[in-house]
Every structure is written in C-alpha cells, then in structure tokens.
Design a protein around this ligand. Structure first.
Ligand code: ADP
Ligand code: MG
Length: 243
C-alpha cells in the first residue's frame, strides 16, 4: 500500500447555481485514519466527497493532503491518489472481472499486460475473489461486485479511499462482507472517508464521526462522543431516528 496521507477540508463552499449545497465544511482525517460522515439525505455528503477528488470544484475554501492544497494540482493526477467507491459499483458489464482491474492499470498507470494482470490478481485475492477473475460482473452477487469495485480502486494504490454509501444498494445479507473488507482496510492504515448509514460500522471503525446537516459539519468527534453524548439537538434527533 502507498504511504497514506492526512486529509483536511477547510471552509469548503460549493453551490449549484443559486443552490448553496456546501456552506463551509471543515473536516480533518489523520493519516491512516477513518472518518465516517453521517447525516440526512440531501445534506451534501456526496457533494463533499466529490470535492475531495475534484469531480467538483469548491467555490471557496481548501482541500489539503498532508497539509498541502490540491486545488491547483492536475485533477487527473490527483484522482490517481484518491480511490472512490460508489453505491452503484460502476463496473464495466461487458468485461471480465480481471479486465475491469487491468484496464485502468494499463491505461492510467501504463503497466504492461503482465504487470497489470499480476497486480489485478493480487488485489482480487486480497478481497477474496481470485476465483472470479474470468467471470462477468453480472454473474457475481452485489456484495462480490462491490468487492471487485474496491479491488479496482485499490489496484491503483491510492493514498486515500472515499466510500459513498458503498453498501446501500446491497441486500442485507451481503452488507457484512463489504463492511468487513472496509474495516480491514481501515485497520491496515488506509486514510478513508466513509459516507454511511451503517451506524454500527461508524461506531466501531471510525476515528472521527462527522455529522453533516444542510451543508456543514454540525458536529464531529470520536464515535463515543458523537453517539453517546451528542451535543447538537439536530444530531440527537437524527440519531433517535436511525439508531
Ligand atoms: P447527500 O449525499 O447528503 O444525500 P448530495 O450531496 O447528493 O447530498 O446533495 C446535496 C444537495 O445538492 C441536494 O439538494 C441535491 O439535490 C443537490 N445536488 C447534488 N448534486 C447536484 C447537481 N449536480 N446539480 C444540482 N444540484 C445538485
Ligand atoms: Mg449521497
């Protein structure tokens, strides 16, 4: 794994037209740390993740990796340092699992075929799916497809991983395996930002839990503080609905 980095957002603002969606987001994730972002639908969680890898550009504020602003970096170069996993796995349906991993390694990392295949197989092994290398994604369960998507992101050797409700589209019995893989990554020291509705995961795995509401992080702290003694009434109300 690449050496991980710290990640900070400073007063990040972003509007879609006149709709102010991020209104001054601050977030700090230590190197090798895991931040879970929780909060109601529409509060700006996905928008926040997209500003980290610059699928969206903030109007104001800063995004820092290891204390250095990335907003003037080449976006493509930045995205090579940051892996992202979505609710919908976004695998290429017409390609084998193996090819889903080797394609970006060849095109973006410029590995030759043998190197790409070796690295792809190693990552598939790591997520427990070495035996599925030649299968099409449609022949895998949702949980297996999501583990392939995670393996594809990891194959690029990112310094930060972003997860946007990675288990929300899965049947309940498939959620556990994906969360276990994410927890393992966290333990291994990957810097991660995890948007999730899985409060058990947030409580057990996160170093920091950040509660977003209406475009700001209203409250953040270690899981015990956020779950056991939430300060903000809005967070108390949210927790009473989801726990
Ligand atoms: P969350 O992930 O917390 O549910 P989002 O970040 O997806 O929230 O969305 C926050 C707000 O921004 C919502 O009101 C949503 O409708 C709006 N929004 C998100 N993406 C776009 C976009 N590309 N164009 C316009 N509005 C958007
Ligand atoms: Mg979202």
């Amino acid at each position: 794994m690449n050496t991980s980095v710290s990640l900070s957002l400073r007063d990040v603002h972003l509007a879609f037209g006149r709709h102010q969606v991020l209104r001054g987001v601050d977030l700090d994730v230590a190197s090798g740390g895991t931040a879970c972002v929780i909060g109601p639908s529409g509060s700006g969680k996905s928008t926040l993740l997209r500003t980290v890898n610059r699928l969206l550009e903030p109007d104001r504020g800063d995004v820092l990796l290891d204390g250095r602003s990335v907003l003037r970096d080449d976006p493509d170069a930045l995205r090579q340092r940051i892996g992202m996993v979505f609710q919908q796995f976004n695998l290429f349906p017409h390609m084998s699992v193996l090819r889903n991993l080797t394609l970006p390694l060849r095109r973006i990392r410029k590995l030759d075929e043998d190197e790409a295949v070796a690295q792809a197989r190693a990552e598939l092994d790591r997520v427990g799916l070495a035996a599925k290398a030649d299968a099409r994604p449609a022949h895998l369960s949702g949980g297996q497809q999501q583990r392939v998507a995670i393996a594809r992101a990891l194959a690029m050797q990112p310094q930060v991983m972003l997860f946007d409700e990675a288990t929300s589209a899965l049947d309940p019995e498939l959620v556990k395996g994906v969360l276990a893989l994410m927890a393992e990554l966290s333990t291994q020291g990957m810097t991660m930002v995890v948007v999730t509705h899985e409060m058990g995961f947030a409580r057990q795995v996160a170093d920091t839990v950040a509660f977003m509401d209406a475009g700001v992080v209203l409250e953040a702290g270690d899981p015990a503080a956020v779950f056991e003694s939430p300060q903000h009434p809005r967070l108390r109300r949210f927790l009473s609905q989801v726990l």
